[in-house]
Design a protein around this ligand. Structure first.
Ligand code: SF4
Length: 154
């Protein structure tokens, strides 16, 4: 399976708890004013990558605690997000996902919802410039929530 990416950061301490590999998906339908990564919006830009090869590249690093799917909008390519999240969990890695969709929107879409079975933390919602708050851990605006499994299994 192929996934269209904006880039990969093999080691990060700012995109979730611990040391993480970050996958930046290409393409985002949300177009938030003030987006930190506007070059990731075009769904035709970026580059194509085989998900299996990408997973090997990320998880062969024994030092990482997990992977983070970010973007762009990872849930705009839900099959690839599902593959990566499931495969990372099978290797004992934690999975964080940054999405511009709200949890409620994710739960209304079967394929997006299926990714949650392999997700530890979901940071949801678009970036809202008027709600921007640099003091928040792991997110940029106050409307965004740091959600865990208990939030969608309740
Ligand atoms: S959801 Fe994220 S990547 Fe997409 S426009 Fe908003 S801030 Fe940018």
């Amino acid at each position: 399976m192929q996934v269209r990416l904006a880039g990969v950061k093999q080691e990060s301490v700012t995109d979730g708890a611990g040391l993480r590999s970050v996958v930046y998906f290409q393409g985002c339908p949300h177009h938030c004013p003030g987006c930190h990564n506007p070059e990731s919006h075009d769904p035709q830009a970026g580059y194509l990558c085989e998900t299996g090869e990408l997973l090997e590249l990320l998880c062969n690093n024994q030092l990482i605690d997990g992977i983070t799917l970010s973007g762009g909008e990872p849930l705009a390519q839900p099959d690839a997000a599902l593959y990566l999240a499931r495969a990372a969990k099978a290797r004992g890695k934690s999975v964080w996902i940054y999405t511009g969709f709200t949890l409620e929107q994710v739960l209304q879409d079967d394929i997006k919802k299926s990714v949650l079975a392999y997700t530890d933390v979901l940071v949801d919602g678009t970036f809202v410039l008027a709600e921007r708050d640099l003091s928040l851990p792991y997110r940029g605006s106050r409307n965004q929530r740091l959600l865990t499994r208990a939030d969608w299994q309740a």
